[in-house]
Design a protein around this ligand. Structure first.
Ligand SMILES: [Zn+2]
Length: 78
């Protein structure tokens, strides 16, 4: 009896855990998708490479085009 009860409890716990994880995963995925939609909005002024965020763009610019002037929108990026 005690054993069976425990089994049910652990099953419920497992289901709760799975549901929680599913929820978290779903949430994470939608966040990722949002980020992906937001991503690639920065396009390099020199080589037209697309960058997910200004930080990456600035790093790219400094690494790839050190002789070019930094675009105005990157001057504020830390
Ligand atoms: Zn570039």
């Amino acid at each position: 009896m005690a054993r069976g009860h425990q089994k049910i409890q652990s099953q419920q716990k497992a289901q709760e855990k799975a549901a929680k994880m599913k929820k978290q995963q779903g949430h994470g995925l939608s966040d990722q998708m949002k980020a992906a939609q937001k991503a690639l909005v920065f396009s390099c002024a020199v080589c037209k490479s697309q960058m997910p965020d200004p930080k990456t763009y600035k790093q790219h610019f400094e690494n790839k085009h050190p002789k070019n002037d930094l675009p105005a929108e990157l001057k504020d990026v830390v």
